[in-house]
Design a protein around this ligand. Structure first.
Ligand code: COA
Length: 381
């Protein structure tokens, strides 16, 4: 028998040491996160989410007229078609995680999109707007439908942050300060170099599949607790810990049991996630404002203990949990909010992939059997 050739490439589990594409969307250099060369601190302080969307998609900040146009277009496109809402209402919600529902809803959304099957640049630009505009409306529709309420449609002329905060509360006028905080959160989550869901987006786009499919792949990747699902897990962990006094022991027990402490650690940042530093300050202010400073103090205790014991620091999901909780957002909506923002980055990555494409097709290191011979079912031992 001819000798079997086994592919002998180097294995890099989790692709830690692999550069898988060239990209100019966002970068992590010397612990600094930048979108298109602008630091996240600068953008969080001075920008709006709509401006960041334009920046990520166009590689430059918009002029005043362009900012007005993208803000107005996103606001106009945020409404859901009545037929689409009718179908959404038929989806089960009981025992269904909002991320699973969102993944289904985005896939369904393509059936109402006249450009769904086209990968032309202009068609993708139109879909990019619709996907980004409607993501928040869909998440709020889920919360309404599961509570037996009618989904609220967004108000034209308002920002995505304003509309999200309003729709989630049944169409009430939202608190202006909280809208500003929420907008900052959207900015902080909008992109993050070649993270797991951005990579999933690019892998799907690389087969020249359509934009909705690429976004659905990304939603599936984001849902997991090692990626976007961590923010929800952080809040559940804090609730389980209950008191500041129990926090240290909880962490020690988790480490002894070799369990992960959610919201801590990062593949790339070894000296702290710059987004966590911004969110930490917001968390301190908001937890105090709602009369629950112990949530922040518990977080600090976990943060300090993890740094002392393992040299690991919080990531974006750690302090965003208490920020969202303080804003009165249901815990299982935390990860969908990540998607409401990250859609901007997924789209920028898809655009980049389509423009300079080669299908992703790595190899697996074979560890199974070879040369087996088929035998008839009756003669198998
Ligand atoms: N809690 C406890 N230990 C952790 C940890 C955490 N959150 N994160 C990493 N570690 C430890 C691992 O146990 C491992 O220790 P060891 O070398 O003694 O075995 C070491 O640090 C390396 O961890 P590893 O899981 O290989 O790192 P990674 O780069 O593959 O994973 C994360 C990065 C973010 C997935 C990981 O830190 C994690 O699971 N964090 C918790 C989930 C989370 O917050 N995800 C959101 C990311 S933005």
């Amino acid at each position: 028998m001819a000798e079997v050739q086994i592919f002998e490439g180097a294995l890099d589990k989790g692709l830690e040491g692999i550069v898988a594409c060239s990209t100019a969307v966002s970068s992590i250099q010397d612990n600094t996160l930048s979108y298109r060369g602008f630091t996240i601190e600068d953008l969080a302080q001075n920008s709006t989410f709509e401006e960041v969307v334009f920046l990520l998609w166009n590689d430059r900040l918009p002029k005043a007229s362009e900012l007005a146009e993208i803000t107005a277009t996103l606001s106009k496109e945020a409404a859901l078609e009545p037929e689409f809402i009718k179908v959404l209402k038929t989806l089960p919600t009981k025992g269904v995680h909002p991320m699973a529902w969102l993944r289904t809803a985005v896939s369904l959304m393509s059936h109402w999109d006249a450009d769904a099957g086209s990968n032309e640049v202009a068609a993708n630009s139109r879909k990019a707007i619709r996907l980004t505009a409607k993501m928040g409306t869909i998440v709020c529709a889920f919360d309404a439908i599961r509570n037996g309420k009618e989904p609220v449609q967004p108000k034209v002329g308002k920002s995505l942050a304003w509309n999200f905060m309003s729709m989630l509360k049944g169409g009430q006028e939202p608190d202006a300060e909280l809208v500003k905080v929420f907008d900052t959160c959207l900015i902080l989550h909008a992109d993050h170099e070649l993270n797991c869901s951005a990579f999933a987006t690019r892998v799907t786009a690389s087969s020249l599949s359509d934009l909705h499919s690429a976004v659905v792949s990304a939603l599936g990747a984001l849902k997991g607790p090692l990626h976007g699902g961590a923010n929800e897990q952080v809040m559940l962990m804090l609730k389980k810990i209950g008191t500041i006094e129990s926090a240290k022991k909880f962490v020690q027990d988790a480490l002894d049991a070799k369990e992960k402490v959610m919201g801590i650690g990062h593949r790339v940042y070894k000296n702290g996630d710059p987004r966590a530093a911004i969110l930490r300050k917001i968390s301190e202010t908001l937890t105090k404002k709602i009369g629950k400073p112990e949530l922040y103090q518990m977080s600090i205790m976990i943060d300090d203990t993890m740094q002392a014991q393992k040299g690991l620091m919080p990531n974006v999901d750690f302090y965003s949990a208490t920020v969202y909780f303080s804003m009165g957002i249901p815990i299982d909506i935390f990860t969908p909010i990540f998607a409401v923002s990250r859609i901007a980055g997924w789209i920028a990555h898809s655009q980049e992939q389509y423009a300079n494409n080669r299908i992703y097709r790595p190899r697996g290191k074979w560890t199974g059997k070879l040369g087996q011979k088929w035998s008839a079912v009756g003669s198998r031992g």
